[in-house]
Design a protein around this ligand. Structure first.
Ligand SMILES: C[S@@+](CC[C@H](N)C(=O)[O-])C[C@H]1O[C@@H](n2cnc3c(N)ncnc32)[C@H](O)[C@@H]1O
Length: 287
């Protein structure tokens, strides 16, 4: 039976996304977070695996040179007999309620109660099942900000979860962008699964690729750096009184991000927090 290495990486919350990318580059087809500081992925055991793990360890430690504090920068491995990654991942995705959104894997029969909106997803290797606090914070903020018929721009759409939830909650249109071309087919399939494919356009790129303006809500669940970089373009693209929701932000970086949003001309209104993670809601006031 084929063997796999389960690779367990422990870093600070601010370094989780970057360490996940390094884990991918080491050969993992995806990763999941367990708590705010631990991520887990699988790479095939055998030829070259030890060298790849050693290189991963060095690159995680070197995140410090990129300005990120990797904290313990610990990389451990456990040999496991073949277990399909998708099945391992599915074990962590259960129906979850976030406000009035009921998130469910496509392979479960979750029943919404009256007033709830069902969103069915198969995130595959894309981020965004609702299992992570950052996604849940964005879903809550989105429900607070979205008005019927509103228009939503989702930057870093991953599985498409936020754009799809917006459409299911009554947005008239959403534009979803991601700079990873591999997630877009997954996001499109999820939109079709929920019957909202016509309401959402998915494009590859960053916020700089968006020329259409007048958005009522712009949500960016990425990481502190890209959120701060997105603030000025977001301000230009927002409708008057539109809301910017920035997330993927460890609580320890909240002050820095709030200051940067203010600097970009957005009025910071509130911060939502779950465990180590925050989402910041800021508004465009009249020019
Ligand atoms: C943390 S996931 C969020 C997924 C989903 N929106 C959610 O809330 O669960 C971040 C996504 O942003 C994408 N991404 C990272 N940097 C980006 C950038 N600068 N512009 C656009 N997308 C980016 C990644 O490929 C990934 O799919």
């Amino acid at each position: 039976m084929a063997e796999w290495l389960q690779v367990i990486v422990r870093v600070t919350p601010e370094a989780v996304e970057a360490a996940g990318e390094l884990l991918r580059q080491a050969g993992a087809s995806g990763w999941e977070s367990r708590g705010a500081e631990t991520l887990v992925g699988y790479i095939p055991a055998g030829s070259g695996a030890d060298a790849r793990v050693a290189a991963l360890q060095a690159r995680v430690r070197a995140l410090k040179e990129a300005g990120l504090d990797p904290g313990p920068a610990e990389v451990r491995t456990v040999v496991v007999t073949e277990q399909p990654w998708a099945e391992v991942w599915k074990a962590y995705f259960r129906p979850t309620r976030v406000g009035r959104v009921l998130l469910s894997p496509t392979w479960e029969q979750a029943r919404p109660t009256p007033g709830e909106v069902l969103v069915r997803l198969d995130p595959g290797m894309a981020f965004g099942s609702g299992a992570h606090a950052t996604t849940r914070l964005c879903l809550l903020a989105l429900q607070e900000e979205l008005r019927p018929g509103g228009r939503v721009l989702d930057v870093g759409t991953g599985s498409g979860i936020l754009a799809i939830a917006a459409a299911c909650l009554g947005a008239s249109r959403a534009l979803a962008v991601d700079n990873d071309p591999e997630v877009l087919p997954i996001a499109r399939a999820n939109a079709a699964q929920n019957g909202v494919a016509d309401a959402i356009t998915f494009i590859e790129g960053e916020i700089a690729a968006v020329t259409e303006g007048g958005w009522d809500v712009i949500v960016a669940n990425i990481a502190p750096g890209p959120v701060m970089q997105a603030a000025a373009p977001a301000r230009r693209l927002l409708a008057s009184s539109g809301a910017f929701i920035g997330a993927g932000i460890p609580a320890a970086r909240a002050d820095e991000v709030r200051a940067s949003l203010t600097e970009s001309g957005l009025g910071v209104e509130r911060t939502l927090q779950e465990a180590e993670w925050v989402a910041i809601v800021a508004r465009k006031h009249r020019d």
